[in-house]
Design a protein around this ligand. Structure first.
Ligand code: EPZ
Length: 418
């Protein structure tokens, strides 16, 4: 198993170009299954999850070509609607092939998806949403069989939880359903708006994507289009935290600050100096010791993102004072805490809240990346720690952070993959 080996204590300084958003690229690539014509998706990040998605597309008979960050897909000659378990288990977002397959093939056979071990992660809302559109959905022994009949029919559907994936499945399936669909309590993440923009570029009639209410007028067919994926707000924040914990400075290019308000406000609260130096640019300086985060709670967008909870806990572990970090989205997303404590962090957990007493310094150690965001958080902690930190199981990190060690080395970090 590959690891990252970090010699900590070096101040990061320099520029970082933000990668395309993993959680936008994945549903958009899946949505091309519902498009009858060639698509070019630009700024696709170089990630294991993108490769896994392209493998599924090829398995379904799509023509796929990758040229750096540009991916060419033509789903005109789809040959199948079954995604085998070995491909489904690669990641959670494989479930977002459900809507596209029902749209394109009228049926789908998937197994329950894989993904980070951060909670039970049921797919009940996805199933209810497809049934609301008229599909017959049965699940047996982890296998999902769905049949849309002649054509899905528009509906009004209120999500009990603003599920990102379920909103995406609904938008894609409803885009070619007969009649109007209204989604209430839809997820409002920027990645949802990006998917809506892609589908509309393909001829869909989607209004309000990125807000709590999405109205979709079904069209007969979707045609090919070109689309550039939005910047990844989570990896952008990860690099800001890496500079912050090392008392450094960083200029992000190709960022979208308006997608990062909750995280940028939190960094300022921690004592970082942030400047918008130009379009797509965010400059951060953190010369003095960071201040604690007294009441940080994750929430659906535009609240503080659950995907940034782990890396901000690494920052809190080194801040002056006591921080309280509450995870409200996933029931088991504190795997990084045990590893941070091994590095000398002082953290105790009460229910879904972690109380973090900041310490002046952490010490390097052997740590395990148990999921993508926890792994990235441990690397960030290792950059600030004294001595050597070895983070193992970095395949998790490679799922979501492109060229992670290369980008950090370009900022002055002493990190190698071995
Ligand atoms: C997406 O996952 C992201 N993944 C996650 O990022 C992110 O943490 C999450 O949204 C929340 O923002 C991708 O976009 C590929 P949800 P998703 O459905 O769609 C419950 C990362 O690190 N729920 O919004 O799976 C669920 O258990 C990943 O990049 C149901 O109960 O998340 C959770 O508690 C991790 N039933 C809550 O809703 C369902 O049918 C939010 O989940 C679906 C979800």
């Amino acid at each position: 198993m590959a690891s990252f080996v970090i010699q900590g204590g070096r101040r990061l300084a320099g520029e970082h170009h933000v990668q395309g958003a993993k959680n936008s690229a994945l549903p958009i690539l899946a949505a091309t299954v519902a498009v009858r014509g060639p698509c070019i998706i630009r700024r696709c990040p170089d990630l294991l999850d993108v490769t896994a998605t392209l493998n599924i597309l090829e398995h379904l008979g799509c023509a796929v070509e990758r040229n750096g960050g540009d991916v060419f897909i033509d789903s005109t000659q789809l040959t199948g609607f079954v995604i085998p378990e070995r491909l489904m288990l690669e990641m959670r977002s494989s479930i977002v092939f459900l809507g596209p397959l029902l749209s394109a093939m009228g049926q789908a056979q998937l197994s329950t998806p894989g993904g980070c071990e951060i909670g039970e992660r049921p797919i009940d809302i996805h199933e209810k949403a497809m049934r609301a559109l008229g599909a017959v959905v049965t699940q047996e022994g982890g296998k999902l069989q769905c049949n849309a009949g002649r054509r899905l029919r528009g509906t009004r559907f209120a999500l009990e939880i603003p599920s990102v994936g379920a909103t995406e499945n609904l938008m894609i399936a409803a885009a070619t359903a007969e009649g109007m669909t209204t989604i209430q309590n839809a997820a409002r993440e920027p990645e949802i708006a990006d998917l809506g923009n892609f589908l509309n570029a393909c001829g869909a009639a989607i209004h309000g994507a990125g807000t709590g209410t999405v109205v979709i007028e079904g069209v007969r067919r979707l045609h090919g289009a070109e689309h550039t994926v939005i910047p990844d707000r989570i990896t952008a924040a990860t690099f800001l935290c890496a500079a912050a914990v090392t008392g450094g400075e960083i200029l992000l290019r190709g960022a979208k600050a308006s997608h990062m308000s909750a995280m940028l406000n939190t960094l300022e609260q921690a004592g970082c100096r942030l400047h918008r130096t130009g379009p797509g640019e965010i400059f951060l300086q953190a010369n003095s010791r960071l201040q604690a985060l007294p009441a940080l709670r994750t929430a659906p967008y535009p609240g503080f993102p659950t995907d940034a909870q782990a890396v901000f806990m690494s920052l809190a572990a080194l801040a002056e004072g006591s921080s309280m970090i509450t995870e409200t989205i996933f029931e088991d997303r504190f795997h990084h805490i045990g590893e941070l404590i091994k590095m000398g962090a002082r953290i105790r957990v009460e229910g879904h809240t972690a109380i973090v007493e900041g310490v002046a310094g952490l010490r390097g150690c052997e740590a395990d990346a148990c999921d993508l965001r926890a792994g990235a958080a441990l690397v960030v902690a290792g950059l600030a720690a004294q001595g050597e930190t070895r983070v193992s199981n970095i395949r998790h990190i490679d799922r979501g952070c492109a060229r992670f060690e290369l980008e950090l080395r370009a900022l002055g970090a002493d990190i190698i993959r071995n």
